[in-house]
Unconditional design. Structure first.
Length: 402
């Protein structure tokens, strides 16, 4: 059931704050929570409540103040991608395009939410990051932001209780944050043309309060309207870092991606150093799985997928909890040989670090050949080798910090 996002308008529009933070400040053993944070996995039209395709795992919701619910408030677009200078091997690089021109001043303005929900426990610390940008005539720019209903352009971290009610709302004005950081020119630079030239905003670290069951993060455009010329607002490459409270489960062995033949059996396993009192919940593309049919072990350290089909292709992760807190494993893919046999290399590192991924065809006197170089825009990044492998032609990989 879709939550009533109209309740978010008031908390987000009121009490907007400015905060600046840097990755690593006061953050230890952080783990990325988001699924499809780079927005490059795209769903079909209508999946996100909109007329055009949007990013998988994300909710898109648009509302015009007089006209009501609106189905064309935003979508996924390649020209919004921050990866223009570091394209993925398949070329599917997307960002999210908010459409301010769909609103009309002074009254029938439009609100557009792009957000993702994930389980959370009280005491967990969160930091949210992403790459926002806008064009020269965007209505949120101070020179245009003169309507009676002022435009808000925000990143937000919202905590909800088990009933979906807001416990705490933390909203950060992107224009104020850009000005405070001396990044106004980068923020208002228009469509992305390189990762190195885009502005990354990171919120202050916030702690989930008592009664928290869900953390909701995303980008929001409120009270927007059309101007003229180039007036877009867009965002890309989100990352939500969590630091669980002391005593929370500690994952020692992450799940690994699996490639099986159609009808085959796949196993995903996680290791925890303090398993006493721990509960497990496996997910496919952030949706909780239940035992039955092809799935078994959904509440155990090992998930088994029997008779794998196209319906089971996607990214799997496990949410691990105890009385102290909740942690998330890496999201890893299940692929069918008939559909994809391209290896996926997962890099866990620090945002901003640069890694070279190399491959070799033999571990006996190996000759390492560069595959790609990547500056990490999230703590966990998955790299796809564009060259298919086979039973007779395999590859071995390494990631080297530059």
């Amino acid at each position: 059931m879709k939550p009533n996002l109209l309740t978010l308008i008031r908390p987000l529009a009121i009490g907007v704050t400015v905060g600046l933070a840097t990755w690593g400040t006061g953050v230890a053993k952080a783990a990325n929570v988001l699924y499809n944070g780079d927005l490059d996995l795209i769903g079909y039209a209508g999946e996100n409540g909109q007329a055009n395709p949007g990013p998988l795992g994300w909710n898109v919701y648009a509302y015009k103040h007089i006209s009501g619910l609106f189905t064309d408030g935003g979508d996924a677009e390649t020209w919004c991608s921050v990866d223009a200078d570091q394209p993925t091997p398949d070329g599917n690089d997307y960002g999210f395009f908010f459409k301010p021109f769909q609103g009309t001043a002074p009254s029938d303005v439009i609100d557009v939410w792009l957000y993702q929900d994930n389980p959370a426990t009280p005491g967990t610390k969160f930091t949210f990051s992403g790459y926002p940008s806008c064009q020269a005539n965007y209505c949120g720019i101070p020179a245009f932001n003169t309507n009676a209903l002022p435009v808000n352009t925000l990143f937000s971290i919202v905590f909800l209780d088990s009933g979906g009610n807001i416990v705490q709302s933390n909203a950060y004005d992107l224009f104020a944050a850009a000005a405070a950081a001396g990044q106004t020119a980068a923020f208002e630079a228009g469509p992305y043309n390189s990762f190195s030239g885009a502005w990354q905003y990171t919120t202050p670290q916030v702690t989930a309060p008592a009664n928290t069951a869900t953390v909701r993060v995303g980008a929001y455009m409120l009270n927007a309207f059309g101007t003229s010329g180039n007036q877009s607002f867009f965002a890309d490459y989100f990352d939500l870092e969590s630091v669980a409270p002391a005593g929370s489960p500690i994952i020692t062995n992450q799940p690994a991606g699996v490639v099986v033949a159609p009808g085959g059996t796949a196993h995903f396993s996680v290791g925890v150093s303090n398993p006493s009192g721990v509960t497990y919940q496996w997910q496919l593309n952030t949706a909780n799985l239940s035992n039955g049919g092809e799935y078994s072990g959904v509440n155990s350290p090992t998930l088994t997928v029997t008779g794998a089909s196209t319906n089971d292709v996607g990214h799997y992760r496990v949410v691990v909890s105890n009385s102290s807190g909740t942690v998330y494993s890496s999201a890893v893919p299940l692929a069918l040989m008939a559909l994809s046999i391209n290896p996926v290399i997962t890099i866990d590192g620090n945002i901003g670090d640069t890694y070279e991924v190399d491959y070799t065809t033999s571990l006996v006197s190996p000759v390492w050949i560069p595959l790609t170089t990547n500056k990490l825009k999230a703590a966990t990044v998955q790299i796809v080798d564009p060259a298919p492998i086979s039973v007779t032609r395999g590859r071995f990989y390494r990631a080297v910090l530059q």
